[in-house]
Ligand binder design. Structure first.
Ligand code: NDP
Length: 310
């Protein structure tokens, strides 16, 4: 039987996704009818983003799965009915973009680029930066994006540690896990990268207590989600020098309100949630493969664990 697939991502993304998804579905020999409009009671799969037209799922009475175009699902988990299979986006293009952004900002801190290159201040201080092998970097969150970033940093020679909920084994990365491993993950981290999901368990992972575990002057890079950081605690730590600088891509409120102290803080770099994004061509492959699996009765890839929220 034909599977009816509703594209309910951002409306302006439909022209790019339509041909790519159709090509992939046909390549995988999936009998599917893909459209950006359907009577809800006819829809089998929704390709979904919160920025699209669907916010209420009650009329979708024969729905088999919701396939998210976003990697972070904290806004999606509460609106998709309990029990409905929900997948999140794990996309090679998204992963590549995040890895490049993380490596770029890590190297910027490591090499002191803001001090030595971007703001030539007339002072002649001929002190070369250390080599990566003498720099400790910690990646918080070792999922699709954290692991790819940690591996790229390890390949450059950094001393990389990582932290996740469950214990990992990643070549070249010293892995810590759970509440017990948090102190060890932070104790020597000169640069901390946050790639955790936004869940009740990860809120304020960086707070006054955990920021105090870091070596004085540590740098923070947050492309994960705003609520991972207690903003007041970070501002205090930036003001007293415990944290040397922070590069923040994500915030509790986006766009970051003009009056927010981060904008004007001399030791904060604000970027407007651009660390990475889902890339249509690689994302279409993942979505089509999950529709194939759904129709074949095979387990879907990248299912969200609703009890954990990611
Ligand atoms: P994954 O779900 O693959 O990985 C999440 C990681 O966080 C896992 O290693 C998981 O541990 C760990 N984790 C979750 N909860 C806890 C906890 N309570 N304590 C310790 N570790 C925990 O996600 P991705 O790597 O694909 O993405 C990470 C986040 O990046 C997304 O949720 C999203 O918020 C953000 N993002 C930001 C973008 C941007 O442009 N700024 C773009 C895309 C994503 P375990 O492996 O043990 O389960």
């Amino acid at each position: 039987m034909t599977a009816n697939v509703l594209f309910a991502g951002r409306p302006d993304a439909w022209p790019a996704y339509e041909p790519l998804l159709k090509t992939e579905l046909s390549r995988l020999a999936v009998d599917a009818d893909l459209r950006n409009e359907f009577p809800p009671e006819d829809v089998d799969y929704i390709v979904y983003a919160p920025s699209g037209p669907v916010s209420d799922f009650t009329a979708f009475t024969r729905l088999k799965a919701v396939l998210s175009l976003w990697a972070g699902v904290e806004k999606i988990v509460p609106v998709v009915p309990a029990g409905m299979p929900l997948t999140r986006m794990v996309d090679a293009g998204l992963e590549r973009g995040m890895t490049e952004w993380v490596v770029g900002h890590t190297l910027r801190y490591h090499l002191g680029m803001d001090t030595h290159i971007l703001r030539q201040n007339g002072r002649w201080e001929p002190k070369a930066p250390p080599l990566a092998k003498d720099r400790n970097v910690t990646v918080m969150g070792l999922g699709a994006l954290g692991t790819a970033s940690a591996l790229a940093l390890a390949a450059l020679g950094f001393q990389v540690s990582g932290w996740s909920r469950t214990q990992k084994e990643i070549a070249g990365v010293t892995c810590h896990s759970g509440a017990d491993g948090l102190k060890a993950a932070l104790a020597h981290a000169e640069i901390v990268i946050l790639l955790l999901p936004d869940t009740p368990a990860t809120e304020n992972t960086l707070n006054a207590d955990t920021l105090a575990l870091l070596p004085a002057g540590a740098k923070i890079i947050n492309p994960g989600r705003g609520p991972l950081i207690d903003d007041d605690a970070l501002l205090t730590a930036l003001d007293n020098g415990q944290i040397g600088h922070a590069t923040l891509d994500v915030f509790r409120v986006e766009p970051l309100p003009p009056e927010h102290p981060y904008w004007a803080h001399p030791n904060v770099t604000v970027t407007p949630h651009i660390a990475s994004e889902t890339r249509e061509s690689t994302a279409a492959e993942v979505i089509a493969e999950n529709i194939r699996r759904g129709e074949a009765g095979e387990p879907l890839l990248h299912l969200v664990d609703r009890s954990l929220g990611y």
